[in-house]
Write a protein that binds this ligand. Structure first.
Ligand SMILES: Cc1ncc(C[n+]2csc(CCOP(=O)(O)OP(=O)(O)O)c2C)c(N)n1
Ligand SMILES: [Mg+2]
Length: 594
């Protein structure tokens, strides 16, 4: 069998329906195999490798099934470093097949070889952004490399892997067999020991102000049902990190939303006043922990901590737990549910706590409601979030980009189901929202997919429009157009005496705000588009775009001067942080518990 045919057959046996890839001389061998197999596996070829990898990342987040990317040697593969960093930061799986120079030319500096320190050295470029890189240099090495790569990709904490294939390995033949597909995500699950569960439950029963903090681990382990039952049975409120949003339906009264600087006030209020946090598949990064400053989002070690995660590296990274449990989220929650059945506890102790939470929720609602009802031009940010919420069905997928728009969605979006709000969180790479939406739509062709993307983010990957037309992928892009890199401008204004430099878009030297006419740009590619400048028009435009069921762009002019209210803090040392706008720091006056 030819090496390229073996790879293609392995992808097909592994039920990988798509390869998102871009050609180059290095990978023409496998393109020909994919042509042979084109009625069993589809090649989608976007206009930039970054887009290919964001598409694969988003596809995985929606379906929890991985697809492959294919890039050529040298520059094409270097273009996927950023999206792989993004994927590994958010534990998203994809199989990145990269091409390399022929083995017989290793170390001779042929066209596009990187060899400053080692022959055909792309694996070292990509090393920190994948779980593992494999470089099979003979066809007979491919079966093991493919099986190990896909197993590594989906086992434990998922993430991207790389198989780097020299040109001749696609082309040469050997007497090889297609290896068996690796187990799917969650085929093997880790769990807590009986002693750990008993100890966790004792802590839970002793607590009067418990909260659950869930992250991507809960989404990835598909533990939504168990989480909901556990929270309901013990009446424990749930705080979410971005990629945990929707694991508990966010209109549930126990759902407190996101925590951190621009989290929801009830989440920060509950986080800093809790006496026990049960963190499941969540990692306390700076943005969901108010930069670890006590009293804004959390109060460890005064607050007890149970921390369960599949990855032992996350347990105790930032807060040493009272009980650390290396366990898959769903198994852990199931084990806790079994313990409820066994002990049948009577829980009156948290009644006052739940009443406090109701009070914070209603204070927050009173504070934010007026702005949700305001019509304006340029449009107030809350309006966009509210109208999206009103128009999109609960199973619609929102693919969020980076920037001010994301801050607003973090604070106010109510994800109704897991895997419906895709966020570039850990690495926050611009372009994920605009590009990932294409992959999300291929993963869920019957559900509306809306990319919410800044004018800056969109301008990094505007060619996504071409791909949508070429492959008829009916994504709706909502461009949050505020004529600049406004999230960064606001940091700049806050830190440096109100001066702006390099963070807004101007036409020439006269400081006249500039952006391309995004709608005209879209039309030039064959995508329908509307410019929306008045808030009264947005809802109807979005309804129309979704109903059209074709690629559609809405260029929405949003007020750059309205900022999301901070309810926690974020610090970039050595610059001082700002106190919250709504709510305030709370430090318990008790000594740390022994
Ligand atoms: C690839 C990449 N480059 C730069 C940054 C730094 N960055 C974060 S947000 C941002 C501005 C985003 O601008 P826009 O999409 O217009 O969103 P806005 O903040 O204006 O809402 C920049 C430059 C990044 N996160 N990713
Ligand atoms: Mg902007």
């Amino acid at each position: 069998m030819k090496g390229a045919d073996l790879i293609t057959e392995y992808l097909i046996d592994s039920k990988i329906p798509y390869v998102f890839g871009i050609c180059g001389h290095g990978n023409v061998g496998i393109l020909d195999s994919l042509h042979e197999a084109r009625d069993r596996i589809t090649l989608v070829s976007p206009r930039h490798e970054q887009v290919a990898a964001h598409m694969a990342d988003a596809y995985f987040r929606v379906r929890h099934e991985a697809v492959a990317t294919l890039t050529s040697c040298g520059p094409g593969s270097c273009n996927i470093v950023m999206p792989l960093a993004l994927a590994i930061s958010d534990s998203s799986a994809l199989l990145a097949i990269t091409a390399n120079v022929p083995t017989s030319q290793f170390n001779r500096s042929p066209f596009q070889e990187i060899n400053t320190h080692f022959q055909a050295d792309f694996p070292n470029i990509i090393r920190p952004v994948v779980k593992r890189s494999f470089q099979p240099t003979r066809v007979d090495m491919l079966p093991l490399a493919l099986r190990q790569a896909t197993t590594t990709m989906l086992s434990g904490r998922p993430g991207p892997v790389n198989v780097d294939v020299p040109f001749n390995v696609f082309q040469e033949e050997d007497d090889v067999e297609v290896p068996p597909p690796s187990p799917p995500l969650n085929a093997q699950r880790s769990g807590a020991s009986p002693d750990e569960i008993a100890a966790c439950f004792d802590l839970i029963l002793k607590s009067q102000r418990p909260v659950i903090f869930v992250g991507h681990g809960v989404t990835l382990s598909e533990a939504s049902r168990e989480l909901t039952e556990f929270a309901h049975r013990l009446q424990i409120p749930v705080i979410s990190s971005p990629n945990g949003m929707g694991a508990l339906d966010m209109i549930d009264p126990l759902a407190l939303g996101f925590i951190g600087r621009n989290g929801a006030y009830p989440a920060n209020e509950a986080g800093r006043r809790a006496d026990l946090v049960i963190a499941v598949g969540a990692r306390f990064d700076d943005r969901s922990a108010s930069s670890w400053m006590p009293g804004y989002s959390w109060n460890f070690p005064q607050t007890k901590l149970i921390h369960a995660d599949v990855d032992p590296g996350e347990i105790g990274r930032n807060y040493p737990p009272d009980i650390g449990v290396v366990a898959d989220a769903r198994t852990f929650l199931k084990q806790l549910l079994a313990e409820i059945d066994k002990r049948n506890p009577k829980r009156e102790a948290t009644k006052a706590w739940v009443a406090d939470i109701r009070k914070w929720q209603s204070e927050w609602n009173d504070f934010i409601r007026p702005n949700f009802e305001t019509h304006a031009s340029p449009i107030r940010p809350e309006r966009i979030v509210a109208d999206c919420q009103a128009v999109l069905p609960p199973d619609a997928i929102l693919c969020c980009d980076v920037g001010v728009s994301h801050n607003w969605y973090m604070q106010f979006w109510k994800a109704r189901r897991p895997q419906t709000m895709l966020n570039s969180w850990g690495f926050s790479g611009m372009g994920f929202g605009a590009a990932g939406a294409l992959g999300a739509k291929l993963a869920a062709p019957d559900r509306p997919v809306v990319a919410v993307t800044g004018d800056g983010c969109f301008t990094m990957v505007p060619h996504v429009l071409c791909t949508a037309v070429e492959y008829n992928i009916p994504v709706v892009w909502v461009i949050w157009n505020n004529f600049g890199w406004v999230s960064i401008r606001d940091i700049q204004l806050g830190m440096f005496g109100g001066r702006e430099h390099g963070t807004m878009f101007y036409e020439g030297p006269n400081n006249k705000p500039y952006n391309p006419d995004f709608a005209a740009w879209a039309r030039a590619t064959g995508v329908e588009a509307i410019t929306v400048t008045k808030s009264q028009d947005f809802k109807g435009a979005l309804e129309h775009a979704i109903k059209a069921n074709k690629p559609y762009l809405l260029d929405v002019h949003v007020d750059a001067e309205v900022r999301p209210p901070s309810t926690g803090a974020w610090q970039l040392p050595p610059t001082p942080y700002k106190e919250p706008v709504f709510g305030k720091r709370y430090l318990p006056d008790v000594a740390p518990a022994k």
